[in-house]
Design a binder for this molecule. Structure first.
Ligand SMILES: *Cc1c(COP(=O)(O)O)cnc(C)c1O
Length: 370
């Protein structure tokens, strides 16, 4: 296995013939984008799969988040409480809307925003909370909603990692005012590049429809300063194909994650995040925490695995609040726990059809140090 490169993920793809067959009609219609037949079909299918009433398909998850925040119409300079323990996109989407991110610490047990520290960050300028279901770990949605209701704040979840996740029998996209998903090639479900916004208020659908197509309302009428964030038909068809296999992909990931659990649970110095009871998971990621009693530091283990051809990722290090473009610019409570997690976390390879021998090789490489 030594000469083979193992990456943290490998994009799910349908069989070649399945996709080729599915895109053939495009050579008849020559309709390649602009909310075509497959765009519409995928929106419908995703609504069913995600168990939501309203969904807008987008070119990627980032634009879904950026435009959903824009659609809420917050005043410039308003404050948004969010987590720094996430992919940079979450923070960019807030700042690119000319809003101020206010960073809240996260919880050690699952890396989601620490709901007990949200209220102290609220000011007269606060308009929204943007939490992240990081690794598909479900935020404390009940408490976040209670706070939002008390202070009349919007809640927009970055659910980029949470495709297919349910909590207490409720599909994850039904919490808060809106959620966004990413269908990037590296995610549990992909459309090559893609994403979607889901929300409760139908008026948002109209707004997002305009924002993702330049604000064009009619042949001679533009009413909003929109962007271009439409998903094209090739991507929509990739989504329709992958959606047929996503249950199988999640089942495969589940087996792999459970084997990691069994084999790594008792290794001194390796810890895992906790999953809330009543969560139906998607097994999108397998993060571990490298504690002091492991013989190597997280960075040393990362390097050692890399030498052995195993490319893990330090998701999420550094915190977004520590990146050059944001450092020392915004208010935050102490981010002690987020900083600690960012120092200890390592995401191990897990993907659909990952071979048993690859899994064993990764496990052995980690165990052999202890
Ligand atoms: C992947 C991701 C995004 C952005 O999605 P894209 O489809 O890559 O634009 C946003 N937030 C988080 C947490 C992500 O992991």
């Amino acid at each position: 296995m030594k000469n083979e490169k193992i990456f943290v993920t490998k994009s799910s793809m349908p069989d070649y013939e399945e996709y080729i067959e599915a895109i053939k009609p495009l050579w008849d219609t020559h309709w390649l984008t602009n909310m075509g037949q497959y765009h519409q079909e995928l929106e419908q299918k995703l609504k069913e799969y995600l168990g939501v009433r309203e969904l807008s398909l987008m070119v990627n998850g980032h634009m879904a988040l950026e435009l959903t925040i824009q659609a809420m119409g917050f005043p410039e300079g308003a404050e948004v409480i969010t987590t720094p323990f996430t992919f940079i996109s979450t923070t960019h989407a807030i700042v690119r809307n000319r809003l101020k991110p206010v960073f809240c610490d996260v919880k050690p047990e699952d890396g989601t925003i620490d709901e007990t520290k949200i209220e102290e960050l609220i000011t007269e300028h606060t308009v929204a909370i943007v939490p992240v279901h990081v690794y598909g770990n479900v935020c404390n949605v009940e408490e976040i909603q209670r706070i939002a209701d008390k202070y009349s704040l919007k809640v927009i979840y970055d659910a980029a990692h949470a495709f297919g996740v349910s909590y207490k029998g409720k599909k994850i996209g039904n919490f808060g005012d809106a959620s966004i998903f990413s269908f990037h090639a590296t995610k549990v479900f992909n459309t090559i590049e893609g994403g979607a916004a889901v929300f409760s208020d139908h008026r948002i659908y109209e707004t997002l429809f305009n924002l993702k197509n330049f604000g064009i309302r009619g042949e001679e009428m533009v009413t909003e300063v929109g962007a271009n964030a439409k998903m094209n038909e090739f991507c929509a068809i990739m989504g329709l194909c992958n959606l047929k296999h996503v249950e199988g992909a999640i089942a495969c990931r589940k087996d792999l994650c459970e084997e990691y659990d069994r084999q790594l649970r008792n290794v001194p110095g390796i810890k895992m995040f906790e999953t809330k009871p009543e969560v139906e998971r998607n097994y999108g990621y397998y993060p571990i925490l490298i504690e002091k009693d492991y013989p190597l530091s997280r960075d040393e283990l990362y390097e050692k695995l890399k030498e052995q051809g195993i490319h893990t990722r330090k998701y999420f290090y550094p915190l977004t609040s520590d990146q050059a473009c944001f450092k020392n610019k915004y208010r935050s409570v102490s981010l002690g726990c987020a900083r600690e997690l960012a120092k200890k976390v390592l995401v191990l390879p897990v993907y659909d059809k990952m071979e048993a021998k690859t899994l064993t090789y990764v496990i052995e490489s980690i165990r052999s140090n202890s």
